[in-house]
Design a protein around this ligand. Structure first.
Ligand code: ADP
Length: 448
């Protein structure tokens, strides 16, 4: 195992990683921006190094500064968390060249999956069902029209380097296509510096179901079941569940095996998530994330496996702690993303937390980096915590979630807690009857 690990991230995930390190007896280094000098994980770390000013491009994305922080402190591993440099192949390569372990897959696997076109082609080759679409990047509008006519409208124009729901435009008919292509192209160029686009059939009522996988880098792999992340706003997940209210055990084992076999074939190392849209009993691959996901705690709740422990064990050359046969799923878990945002308009609400009282009790987990008196800086995303609730079954879980939301007090800033209260009152949510458009439609209706 490692002696000292540097956490190249911030907020709740930095603390989450630190907790796992402490349990395993690994020393921790918090690499932080000036805006995070007072953050909880910085206070709790064994050592901390300031790596730059608040903007992420000048701190959390600065490879040279992070490398220098490793050298100064003698860290032998780096955990990138999610976002920032977590899916940056060059970062992984540079660390490797300096004999520092990147807690994640190889640079080659990050690159393959980082480009969505290559990822889709790889998935298809490995026997994973994919969304019908263009074979590769579209060359021009004439080519796009030809491909769209073949797959049938509506189509979705997507950026090869896309992420965070950006660079994605729907064309309902051929008349919409030129504008969808030009806006997606401009958005992709601005956000990712790469304007390569591809086309996909736009599915009308799918659910977003993703499979958690782990590989040991030596050709062994397992799946840890699925998460249902269909409740989304602007393609961003808001509420996640494990397991999915719609899949049966047969479907679960079948798609899980396909994913585990695929990453075993790649000799993939570490945690990964294979994301699908699921409609009319069929799975359609959309992308693979080569890192820990925000919503990983719901999988931890139903499997009893600490995914960060598992990542650290594998990155240090160990093997998987559990076999597929030993993997059991217990009960049901739901995660609510608590953002410092107005619950109806979703405008960010940074500022000082005047009162903070997280819920507790049986089956309740709060992953957050905030505390009373903490000032949420305006420079980063608005996620300030996650409430994860586990119950014997979905009904039990929802009852406990209502109770936990009632207990949660955050004063001084607006949060999305009231939205979750409202959602629990909705029949469709109670029945698990929703697709990826449900939340947007609900928000539109409640606005008017
Ligand atoms: P990103 O990497 O930007 O998050 P994804 O490819 O993972 O992009 O897609 C994000 C979300 O966009 C999905 O969860 C789904 O809601 C929607 N989406 C993506 N592809 C399609 C599609 N072909 N049809 C309908 N919705 C889609």
């Amino acid at each position: 195992m490692f002696n000292k690990l540097l956490i190249a991230n911030r907020g709740e995930i930095a603390l989450r990683i630190m907790r796992a390190c402490k349990e395993l007896g690994i020393q921790t280094v918090a690499a932080h921006s000036t805006a995070d000098a007072d953050a909880m994980h910085v206070r709790l770390a064994d050592e901390s190094v300031c790596i730059g000013p608040p903007p992420a491009r000048d701190s959390y994305l600065k490879i040279a500064e992070i490398l220098a922080a490793c050298e100064i402190t003698g860290a032998d591993a780096v955990h990138p968390g999610y976002g920032f440099l977590s899916e940056n192949a060059r970062f992984s390569e540079i660390l490797d060249a300096h004999n520092i372990t990147f807690v994640g897959p190889t640079a080659n696997h990050i690159s393959i999956m980082g480009d969505k076109i290559t990822a889709k082609q790889t998935a298809e080759r490995l026997g994973i069902p994919v969304v019908p679409g263009s074979k590769g990047a579209i060359k021009n509008i004439i080519d796009a029209k030809k491909v769209a006519a073949e797959i049938g409208y509506p189509v979705l124009v997507k950026a090869a380097s896309g992420g965070g729901g950006r660079g994605m435009k729907v064309a309902m008919t051929e008349a919409d296509l030129p504008e969808a292509v030009s806006t997606a192209k401009a958005e992709a160029k601005a956000a990712f510096g790469d304007d390569a686009l591809y086309l996909e059939k736009y599915l009308i009522t799918p659910r977003h179901i993703e499979i958690q996988v782990f590989g040991d880098g030596k050709g062994n792999a397992i799946h840890l079941g699925e998460r249902d992340c269909s409740l989304q706003r602007r393609h961003q997940k808001v509420w996640e569940e494990a397991l999915s209210p719609t899949l049966n055990e047969d479907e679960r084992q079948k798609i899980g095996k396909i994913c585990a076999d695929a990453i075993a074939e790649l000799s993939y190392s570490g945690a990964g998530t294979v994301e699908f849209l699921y409609e009319n009993g069929e799975f359609y691959f959309i992308e693979m994330n080569t890192r820990l996901q925000v919503e990983h705690p719901v999988t931890e709740a139903v499997t009893g496996i600490d995914l960060v422990h598992e990542q650290l064990r594998i990155a240090s050359g160990g093997s998987l702690s559990v076999s597929q046969e030993e993997m059991k799923f217990t009960g049901h878990a739901i995660e609510c993303r608590i953002n410092a945002e107005h619950p109806a308009t979703f405008t960010p609400s940074p500022g000082k937390i005047l009162q903070y009282h997280p819920p507790g009790g049986f089956g309740v987990r709060v992953d957050s980096g905030v505390y009373q008196g903490y000032s949420i800086p305006p420079f980063y995303d608005s996620l300030i915590g996650k409430l994860i609730v586990h119950g014997r079954n979905r009904t039990d879980c929802m009852m406990r979630l209502r109770r936990a939301l009632d207990e949660f007090v955050i004063d001084g800033v607006e949060t999305t807690i009231p939205l979750f209260h409202d959602l629990l009152g909705e029949r469709d949510i109670q029945d698990g009857n929703y697709d990826i458009h449900w939340l947007e439609n609900y928000l539109d209706q409640t606005k008017s």
